[in-house]
Every structure is written in structure tokens, then in C-alpha cells.
Design a protein around this ligand. Structure first.
Ligand SMILES: Nc1ncnc2c1ncn2[C@@H]1O[C@H](COP(=O)(O)OP(=O)(O)OP(=O)(O)O)[C@@H](O)[C@H]1O
Ligand code: NI
Length: 332
């Protein structure tokens, strides 16, 4: 069975005293082998929460809905329903690796980078006769020298901690690498090196989910781009299509904000996730909004349904997301 991860109407809510935060809303998409999918959107739109949901890292006040089904080895596994024990034993670091956002806070403070990396080698490669050499090889791929590994987390700069986190995520050769803002604090050469790692993984038939608010970074490596706004995917499609001919007006705004394009930011602020409008959440910032935008636009594709498929991709959000799809009543 082909290895893939299918998110079908995934939502995440946080209960706080008196309010509910709707952080992720009805996200449907497929992560396919041999591709890098970039998830882009402004700060606070729900990218990290979605990544944490897939790895079972949500806090106790979170509730999820929908399914995130991983197929491949063994029977299909819904990552949202799996127990912590199953996720720890079979998923985290093995089938799904995470480069966490703000990596310094995820390193164990009392152990050197070397101790943490060599332990990860022992866990993921029990037959390895020289965990030390193996750790050096992975470290080199992330831009670290053997000397760097002798430091404790508090002795690492932000960029150095990022490299250690990147190395730790690469050790287990995960099928899917979720990289949450992995280039923070890295200079140009290291960004190039990391992008090379992502391409290598993808060329080997594995997958990368690159989370970034930086569309320019996505442009360099992504095969497909998903644009998130207020917890919802508002556009998804092949990178070239989304960048060169975006259909949603929020995607258009992100593209226009790129330094090599118009370099004009989108005016206004995203809505509060505790008080989302019933219709299009982008309408208050959209210069084309109309009365119809008070109704929620579904994620649809313009491509006609294949012959003999009366339901059509438009009826199935996962299949719509396989194509170039967008959620806008008045697309560009
Ligand atoms: N434990 C929690 N309880 C309540 N709300 C939370 C919790 N964790 C996250 N949120 C809220 O969920 C929303 C989405 O946060 P998230 O960290 O996923 O954003 P993001 O897209 O990753 O942003 P950034 O680009 O800044 O990393 C935010 O409004 C955040 O305040
Ligand atoms: Ni984040």
C-alpha cells in the first residue's frame, strides 16, 4: 500500500475559560510520497497547532475532529485517534519527524548536543556499531562540526540550536518530515544545505511538510503550496500555479507582499480565532468582498469531475485539495 498521509476535515479547538479558540478548521489535504508541501500563512493562523495535532503534542484543553490517516507500513493509522504509546513507539521520529519551532526549548538542558544526538542514533538505529560516527555524519548534514556537538543547549546560539534540532529530526530518516520554520536564524549557506536535505528526502520518495510564514522560502523548495488563513486552507495547488496565478485574494496578497514582487503588505489584521465570522474570514480585509462573502466559501476546484465520477472532486475536500483548489466566492 502506498505511504501517504490524508487529512480529512481536521479541526482543533482549545477550550479556555469562557471562550473557545478555533485554531484549525476543516483542513483537508493529502501529503504524498516524493513531494514537499509548504503550509504558509501569517503568524497565528494555526500552522504549528496542526503540526502538533499530527504528533499528539496538543495540550489537555484541546479537542480534535476529523481524521489524519497514515497508510503504508501495517494497517492505516489515524494519528488523531492513536494513543500516546502508539505515537511514541511507531510514529514520532520514525514515520513522522518534527523540526520544532523554537528548537532551543525542545532540547534537554542538562545534556550536550552530542549526548542527545547519539541517543537518538541508538534509538533509531539499534544495529549501528558506531553511534558516534553516525551522529557526526548526521550533524555534518545539518551544518555542525564534531566540536559543536560538545556544547550544552545554553551554549548554543539560536542558529546553532536550530541545526541541532534539524539533525535530531533527520536521524530517524522519517517518511514524513514536518519542518516548522526550520530556517530561523540560519544564514544563506545553511538554508541552502537544509533545502538540499529536503530535496534529497523527496527524491528518495519521502515527504516534507514545510511550515513557514515565508512564501519566498516555500517558493524555493515546495512542489505544492497550501495557504492557511484563520485555521482554514483557503488555497492549495501546485507551487507554480499558486505563486503565478493565485485564485484566492489572500494568496494574491501574500504573493504581492514578496520582496521581488510588489512588496506591499496586506492591510489589516487577521480575525480573532475566538470570534470567527460565519462566512469568509478574509472578507473584512478583502478589497473585493461582496454580500455573498457572508456565506462560507467551500474549497472547490474548477477542473471538471472525471468521466464516470458523478460525485466529482468538488464533493470530496481531500480530492479537491489534490488539484488546484480555493475557497473564494469571487476568485482572482
Ligand atoms: N494551548 C493553547 N490554548 C489556547 N490557544 C492556543 C494554544 N496553542 C495555540 N493557541 C492559539 O492557536 C492559534 C494558532 O497558533 P499557532 O501557533 O498554530 O500559529 P502559527 O500559524 O504556527 O503562527 P507562527 O507563524 O507565529 O508560528 C493562535 O491564536 C494561538 O494563540
Ligand atoms: Ni508556528
Amino acid at each position: 500500500m502506498v505511504t501517504e498521509l490524508v487529512l480529512d476535515r481536521v479541526s482543533v479547538r482549545f477550550s479556555l475559560p469562557g471562550v473557545t479558540v478555533a485554531a484549525v478548521n476543516d483542513v483537508s489535504l493529502r501529503v504524498r510520497p516524493g513531494e514537499c508541501l509548504a503550509l504558509v500563512g501569517e503568524s497565528g493562523c494555526g500552522k504549528t497547532v496542526l503540526a502538533h495535532a499530527l504528533l499528539g503534542f496538543l495540550p489537555g484543553n484541546a479537542q480534535t475532529a476529523g481524521t489524519a490517516t497514515m497508510t503504508g507500513e501495517g494497517p492505516p493509522l489515524d494519528l488523531l485517534a492513536a494513543s500516546d504509546a502508539v505515537l511514541a513507539r511507531t510514529v514520532r521520529g520514525r514515520r513522522v519527524g518534527l523540526i520544532p519551532q523554537s528548537p532551543a526549548t525542545h532540547l534537554t538542558p542538562v545534556r550536550t548536543a552530542r549526548a542527545q544526538l547519539e541517543e537518538a542514533v541508538r534509538v533509531h538505529h539499534p544495529a549501528e556499531t558506531s553511534p558516534r560516527d553516525h551522529a557526526h555524519r548526521v550533524a555534518a548534514r545539518a551544518g555542525l562540526t564534531p566540536d559543536d556537538l560538545d556544547r550544552y543547549p545554553h551554549e548554543l546560539s539560536g542558529g546553532m540550536a536550530q541545526r541541532v534540532a534539524n539533525a535530531l529530526a533527520l536521524v530517524g530518516d522519517p517518511w514524513l518530515l514536518i519542518a516548522d520554520e526550520p530556517t530561523t536564524g540560519l544564514d544563506r549557506d545553511l538554508v541552502d544545505g537544509l533545502i538540499g536535505e529536503f530535496r534529497r528526502m523527496v527524491d528518495e520518495g519521502r515527504a516534507v511538510l514545510l511550515i513557514t510564514h515565508d512564501l519566498a522560502a516555500a517558493q524555493r523548495v515546495a512542489d505544492r503550496i497550501a495557504v492557511m488563513y484563520a485555521g482554514r486552507i483557503v488555497e492549495i495547488g501546485p507551487a507554480g500555479r499558486v505563486l503565478d496565478a493565485p485564485r484566492h485574494r489572500y494568496s494574491r496578497g501574500l504573493v504581492d507582499a514578496l520582496p521581488d514582487r510588489a512588496f506591499t503588505p496586506i492591510p489589516g489584521q487577521p480575525p480573532l480565532l475566538t470570534d470567527l465570522p460565519a462566512g469568509c474570514a478574509f472578507a473584512p480585509r478583502c478589497d473585493q468582498s461582496a454580500p455573498v462573502c457572508a456565506e462560507r466559501p467551500p474549497l472547490t476546484t474548477e477542473r471538471p469531475p472525471p468521466a464516470g465520477d458523478p460525485a466529482g472532486a468538488g464533493e470530496d475536500p481531500v480530492r479537491a485539495a489534490d488539484d488546484h483548489a480555493f475557497a473564494c466566492h469571487l476568485p482572482c
